[in-house]
Design a protein around this ligand. Structure first.
Ligand SMILES: NC(=O)c1ccc[n+]([C@@H]2O[C@H](COP(=O)([O-])OP(=O)(O)OC[C@H]3O[C@@H](n4cnc5c(N)ncnc54)[C@H](OP(=O)(O)O)[C@@H]3O)[C@@H](O)[C@H]2O)c1
Length: 326
């Protein structure tokens, strides 16, 4: 098969579509012919040389959509030709991949492969961090930083659908407008407005119950300011820096919980449980079209370098997809 390989020896580590080893399936796995895959910020880090957890494939790509082409001896719930999508430990930027049968989700009727490829990573990330890690309760409010990111657009939709008040930050007027269209109650351009003051005003000084944070750094103290008593802050990335001053007394007085979370390094059993709980709660809304990935651009897989440059420039609203075959 063909797959994207990182040219490690060259300084900018270009991505090249070239002949690669075919995946071999185990008894609990199915082989999927990939039609589309999608970018995630972690792909940029992996390409830069921050390697994936041991055991993950060298090939980039944390999700894909395609058709089943072969099933393992214990994977008889799937049939060749079934349209599926899945979260992957890696290997999505390729023509084929082996996936555990229980990681697969059927592609909803009427969805393109490009849309389906954009679903697994960001919706499962938003779901696990908001509804499992932060244990969001009915009526609680949430602030999502990076509202127009892939994860942010998924989080807004899930929260809006579940009836939570959603506050977001984003870096351009276009991003802010799109977040509002997706269901954000308050969307703040953090480059033009102090998000703490804006949320204080919008909540009458109450603050929020949960913050989904991908920025870290100097957002930490501002996030603590905004959290209500017994609030929770879930860190999923450190785009603005990984160091922050910690006033333990303040955390105690507000009875706050700080949660660090990654999806990729979790065991297959944990990922399967997250997928199942996501489907139990949100699949009816997915199949009804109430929750649908936001596609920014679709590139042919051979143009993966341009797709990465687009993400690195923070230009995307929602997901950037790579089309692998028609
Ligand atoms: N822990 C996990 O399990 C997990 C899983 C998936 C993703 N993630 C992380 O979650 C983040 C979002 O992922 P994604 O694939 O959805 O990313 P994405 O679509 O590339 O969006 C990231 C956005 O973050 C904003 N941003 C970048 N640098 C920033 C900074 N210094 N301060 C404030 N905002 C900044 C930019 O939007 P603006 O123009 O609005 O600033 C950018 O478009 C990534 O960092 C990713 O690594 C974590």
């Amino acid at each position: 098969m063909y797959a994207i390989q990182i040219q490690q020896e060259q300084p900018d580590r270009p991505l090249v579509w070239q002949e690669s080893a075919d995946p071999v399936i185990g008894p609990d796995e199915v082989r999927v012919m990939i039609h589309a895959t999608a970018l995630n910020r972690a792909d940029l880090a992996q390409r830069a040389g921050h390697y994936p957890p041991p055991g993950a494939p060298d090939i980039l790509g944390l999700e894909m959509a395609g058709t089943v082409s072969e099933v393992g001896a214990n994977a008889q719930q799937w049939r060749p030709g079934d349209p599926v999508c899945a979260l992957l430990g890696g290997g999505g930027y390729a023509e084929a991949v082996a996936v555990h049968q229980e990681m697969l989700m059927p592609i909803p009727l009427g969805w393109s492969f490009e849309e389906a490829a954009a679903l697994p990573e960001v919706y499962l990330t938003a779901f696990v961090n908001l509804f499992m890690e932060a244990a969001l309760q009915p009526g609680e409010s949430v602030l999502v930083h990076g509202g127009a990111s892939g994860v942010g657009t998924a989080a807004i939709q899930l929260l809006h659908h579940a009836g939570h008040a959603v506050f977001v930050t984003a870096g351009t007027p276009e991003k802010v407008a799109r977040c509002r269209e997706l269901g954000a109650d308050v969307a703040i351009n953090y480059r033009e407005e102090d998000f703490v003051a804006a949320i204080w005003t919008a909540t009458g000084g109450a603050g929020v119950d949960v913050i989904l944070d991908m920025v870290g750094g100097d957002y930490y103290e501002r996030n603590v300011d905004l959290l209500k008593l017994k609030g929770r802050m879930v860190f999923i990335a450190t785009l603005g820096g990984s160091q922050a001053p910690l006033d333990i007394g303040r955390l105690m007085r507000k009875r706050l919980r700080l949660i660090g979370s990654v999806l990729r390094a979790r065991s297959p059993a944990e990922k399967i449980e997250i997928k199942q709980r996501f489907m139990d709660r949100f699949w009816p809304a997915v199949t009804a079209g109430q929750i649908r990935p936001v596609l920014d651009r679709v590139y042919p897989v051979q143009e993966a370098n341009a797709a990465h440059a687009h993400m690195a420039a923070n230009q995307n609203i929602g997901k950037i997809v790579l089309k692998v075959r028609d």
